[in-house]
Design a protein around this ligand. Structure first.
Ligand code: AHR
Length: 326
């Protein structure tokens, strides 16, 4: 992994610290730096329980570190995110946290942030951009790996079958890296196995309500697939409702694999209505704060940092899974 050095105006902090004689220990230096920090946080919205937990994790960690946060909920619109970033820049925040709803279209506003000497930390979803110096680094899940893990589970589940196995995929928000990378990672594995046939792929925009509606519509005109791969738990919960309303047994008549590991999904896994859930970890606030402190002190950070994640599946001890908290 490449390391980047992020240039920020640490001189002010250093001068202040020398005046206040706060170089006695590393912790007192951190304390001082943290107290002065103001961060802009552009969040996508509140489309899922996962997302709400993600927001709470960041805000709670900031509070703990006495870091002031200017929080903006973009209500699922990139234009609102760009507007929020511009207001953070005029406010001259120390660091910007951006959770980009989609991958593309960030060049202009990130150039403005760079020109203002404000490091931008990309969180949860990646961006595609040629000039990698326009952001400090990425911290979040490895969405491609999550897609692969969903497929590995299916290989384990169907290890003894030689027949064709049909798959219906419910994608997350189009053009978001979470949906794009899960789509890619999943195919990377299933396409190596000629038994698996992806017969349809439709978007449910990471929303429970849309997941349910799309599944209902699909069932009006098509056979029940063998497998449903849902890009998140919210849509999977909607799918389960749609299946039950059509007298189809989720987890039994159709195998369901999903991503996030929300408490509701774990309960459905215990009830046999879901077969596998790949964790996507929203509890990232503490890691973000550490990086913000590093960036504000001009330290180097890795350009890509993934949170480790686990797989929950049927057939193992599900009772002792600790409460998920989201
Ligand atoms: O970007 C992460 C995805 O966005 C989560 O899987 C989903 O639940 C959320 O809304």
């Amino acid at each position: 992994m490449n390391k980047k050095i992020v240039g920020v105006s640490v001189l002010y902090i250093l001068v202040m610290c020398s005046f206040l004689s706060c170089f006695n220990s590393d912790s007192s230096k951190n304390e001082k730096a943290e107290k002065n920090l103001i961060v802009g946080f552009s969040q996508i919205g509140a489309e899922s329980a996962w997302r709400k937990a993600h927001t709470s994790s960041v805000l709670a960690a900031a509070k703990k570190h006495n870091i002031q946060v200017l929080y903006n909920n973009a209500e699922q619109k990139q234009e609102n995110q760009i507007k929020a970033l511009r207001s953070f820049i005029s406010y001259q925040v120390d660091v910007i946290i951006l959770v980009p709803i989609v991958q593309d279209g960030w060049e202009n506003v990130l150039t403005e942030a760079k020109d203002a000497n404000i490091p931008v930390l990309i969180v949860d979803r990646k961006i595609t951009i040629e000039d990698k110096t326009l952001y400090a680094g990425y911290l979040g899940p490895d969405n491609t790996q999550e897609g692969r893990e969903a497929a590995y589970y299916l290989q384990r589940k169907f290890a003894d079958t030689n027949e064709t196995i049909t798959i219906f995929e419910m994608r997350g928000t189009d053009s978001s890296s979470a949906a794009v990378d899960r789509f890619i990672g999943f195919r990377e594995i299933v396409e190596q196995d000629s038994r698996f046939a992806i017969i349809a792929s439709e978007t449910g925009d990471f929303l429970r309500s849309l997941g349910k509606e799309v599944m209902h519509n699909w069932l009006q005109a098509h056979e029940v697939p063998d497998i449903i791969f849902s890009h998140n738990d919210g849509m999977a919960l909607g799918i389960i409702e749609a299946l039950e309303e059509n007298a189809i047994g989720p987890g039994r008549d159709v195998i369901i694999v999903s991503i996030d590991a929300e408490q509701d999904a774990i309960e459905n896994l215990k009830d046999g209505k879901l077969n596998c859930v790949v964790e996507c970890n929203p509890n990232i606030g503490e890691d973000i704060m550490q990086l913000i402190i590093d960036l504000s002190q001009g330290k180097t950070i890795f350009d890509t940092m993934y949170k480790p994640e686990i797989i929950f599946e049927e057939g193992v001890d599900l009772i002792s899974i600790p409460p998920r908290g989201y």
